[in-house]
Design a binder for this molecule. Structure first.
Ligand code: EPU
Length: 332
């Protein structure tokens, strides 16, 4: 266990905000977490890799971070392999491990920043795959009383970038392990965007080829947080009614869209781009020049500057399209 007071979170948030936590504790096991619980103050923030949050200022309570490690095959049934992974493993290390073992299911989620625990909170998703498609169960400890609970996938109530851990149970549980269901005979998912174009004419494709293609696409479009502070997509893609979609499509026949349950999803990045924001900035906060869904810290930006840019962009999108967009990044 590691514990610090007045601890700088600069290296623990990919936006690069220089804020402090009153107390920061990193635990290595469920047992350590349970011993910690009686010592917790009322204000607790459980952090993963800090790749999906924006600190508005110092954090006056305790920041908890899991260093629970381990990747273990726990069951093999026919083509299916269940793999139990510690919440503190770096997500992409797990993806690299799965691909090296020839186990399919997570290769489209290559290079997503963050840790395994957050994959189950956030239902991370990219290139046609979401974490919920591969999660078999989630082990968690209740922060109020130290009781362990195992959640089946349905109990996690997953939806686009949503789960029970972000809604009814927000802040109530610390995820300790996630078990994923992987395939020995992978079904490649190549339908999203330009995956096929990037793979080209290559024959006998493997999950390693798909991982490499996704890595190439992400590297070309998304800024590296080590170079320029950011938290990936800043906004969620809104779902609008069919009527609303058709009325906008009349004016923008080339608008990209995805049919989803309950309506039509319109890429917020496309709308922000149409508003002319791509590559523009307000103060030291900017809209990424290759993917307008990503807000970046141009160097020394305050969270107020990022939030002002966020609000201005939302207002402009609303004025142009009549659609509200909302941050997917958690504001702390
Ligand atoms: N587009 C533009 N201009 C832009 C950005 C996008 O015209 O500046 C258009 C693209 O050409 C494309 C469409 O909008 O037709 C969608 O763009 P893209 O495929 O890049 O995906 P996205 O919807 O903007 C989502 C995820 C990303 C994920 C990609 C790929 C959310 C909030 N974001 O972005 O996730 O990598 O799909 O699956 O759903 C993240 O969560 O941090 C993240 C990067």
């Amino acid at each position: 266990m590691k514990e610090y007071n007045d601890y700088s979170l600069l290296n623990h948030n990919t936006f690069g905000m220089d804020v402090k936590a009153k107390r920061y504790v990193e635990y290595d096991s469920e047992e350590e977490l349970k011993t910690l619980i009686p010592t917790l103050e009322s204000e607790v923030l459980h952090m993963g890799g800090g790749s999906n949050l924006l600190f508005k200022g110092d954090f006056a309570g305790t920041v908890l971070h899991s260093a629970i490690r381990g990747i273990e095959i726990v069951e093999e049934k026919g083509d299916e392999v269940l793999v139990r992974v510690g919440a503190g493993e770096v997500w992409d290390d797990f993806v690299a491990w799965a691909v090296a073992q020839g186990l399919g299911g997570v290769e489209n989620l290559s290079l997503i920043p963050g840790e395994v625990g957050a994959s189950a909170v956030q239902n991370i998703g990219a290139y046609g795959v979401e974490a919920k498609d591969v999660i078999a169960l989630v082990e968690a400890v209740e922060l109020q009383n130290g009781q362990k609970r195992v959640f089946g996938t349905l109990e996690c109530d997953y939806a686009y970038r949503q789960s029970i851990f972000k809604k009814q149970l927000k802040g109530k549980y610390a995820i300790t392990y996630v078990t994923y269901r992987l395939q020995k005979t992978p079904q490649l998912k190549l339908e999203y965007g330009n995956i096929k174009a990037v793979l080209g004419e290559k024959k006998d494709l493997t999950i390693a080829d798909v991982r490499q293609a996704i890595i190439d696409i992400r590297n070309a479009k998304l800024p590296d947080p080590k170079v320029q502070g950011n938290a990936g997509s800043f906004f969620m893609n809104p779902v609008v009614s069919r009527e609303k979609f058709l009325s906008i499509q009349k004016d923008y026949p080339n608008m990209p869209f995805y049919e989803v349950e309950g309506g039509v999803k319109i890429p917020a990045g496309w709308m922000i781009d149409q508003c002319g924001w791509k590559g523009k900035s307000l103060g030291r906060a900017g809209v990424h020049d290759k993917q307008a869904l990503v807000l970046v810290n141009l160097g020394g930006a305050t969270s107020d500057e990022i939030i002002t840019l966020c609000e201005t962009v939302c207002k402009d999108v609303y004025e142009k399209f009549g659609i509200e967009i909302h941050p997917e990044v958690n504001l702390i």
